[in-house]
Design a protein around this ligand. Structure first.
Ligand code: NAP
Length: 286
């Protein structure tokens, strides 16, 4: 995960080092809550980082159903858990349950990590920062450009925030349910960017596609479905970047036609790793 041990500029205690990685009475716990959660890559990522840093800590996946979310959040404090990642379907519900939210979690109305700050829960969201770090690593520049975001849920909100932070001048939000796109766009009304909400028909509109610097898939299309919506890939400029927030070993249905056209592209593995590293630092005060 590229986690490096840092000094302690804010006077926090250095984490304990465990040369012999055995779970003991002193081992501290962090976790992910989700339903389903068995497929989560987070335990492998966080436990590999603990092993690499020699920390006496362990990261566990808990299947938490929506009706048990409140009790599970209370357990973070009761059990002294360091911090918890939240995945489907808890991000929005947790944002309504946790009082102390970061500005980003408030804007995105979603929490993807809960930090136990001395017995008090703080909700944060590292998805937008994770995506931004990945896009910058990939050499994507959005300054004064047009971004097309497909979807209107939490990943779309993160993609909009990232596009704004990277200097996009115009963002087109295309969603199956146009009213949801309109609602999402209104949330970002105070930002200096031209936002347009449309249905998925924008994806075959050559006038919109021909000025796109990036097209981001922020829906589960390709994960929960075999195919992707109709999209006129050939109408995009040759330098257009295609980013899929979903990830898998083989090219996703969204990326495959872009790859065939020779367009630059990436799946969401880098976003996942970066949001995970940011959460790891928050949980472990690194
Ligand atoms: P969400 O809040 O449930 O939003 C899903 C969006 O996808 C909605 O706008 C929905 O449209 C649209 N959609 C769903 N099925 C569709 C279909 N068959 N055809 C057309 N549109 C469809 O989900 P989310 O939390 O934003 O997550 C979206 C995706 O992002 C997930 O697949 C997740 O894996 C990915 N993600 C990746 C990372 C990462 O680190 N790489 C982080 C977060 C999320 P309607 O409004 O019309 O229902």
């Amino acid at each position: 995960m590229g986690v490096h041990r840092r000094g302690d500029p804010r006077g926090r205690q250095e984490p304990e080092v465990n040369a012999d990685p055995v779970i003991s009475g002193r081992t501290k716990v962090s976790a992910v809550f989700g339903d389903p959660v068995e497929h989560s890559m987070s335990p492998a990522m966080h436990n590999a980082a603990y092993a690499a840093l020699g920390l006496d800590r362990v990261y566990i996946a808990y299947r938490v159903t929506p009706e048990n979310l409140r009790a599970a959040l209370d357990a973070i404090r009761a059990l002294g858990i360091l911090g918890v990642n939240l995945t489907v379907p808890h991000k929005e519900a947790a944002a309504r349950m946790i009082k102390d939210l970061s500005a980003e979690a408030k804007l995105l109305r979603a929490v993807n990590c809960v930090i136990n700050v001395g017995g008090k829960l703080r909700g944060d969201n590292t998805d937008a920062r994770g995506l931004e770090r990945d896009l910058r690593d990939l050499g994507v520049s959005l300054r004064s450009s047009t971004a097309i975001v497909i979807g209107a849920g939490g990943a779309a909100a993160s993609s909009i925030l990232t596009s704004i932070r990277m200097g996009a001048a115009r963002i087109v939000v295309a969603n199956r349910t146009r009213s949801r796109a309109s609602k999402l766009v209104r949330r970002f009304a105070s930002h200096r960017v031209k936002l347009t909400a449309t249905g998925l028909e924008a994806l075959t509109d050559a006038a919109i596609l021909s000025i796109a610097a990036i097209v981001i898939n922020a829906t589960p299309m390709g994960l929960t479905t075999r195919s992707f919506a109709r999209l006129a890939y050939e109408s995009t400029p040759s330098g257009c970047f295609f980013y899929d927030t979903i990830y898998r070993a083989e090219p996703t249905p969204f990326l495959a036609p872009a790859i065939a056209l020779g367009r630059r592209h990436a799946d969401g593995a880098g976003m996942l790793i970066n949001q995970g590293e940011l959460a790891f630092r928050l949980f472990n005060r690194l």
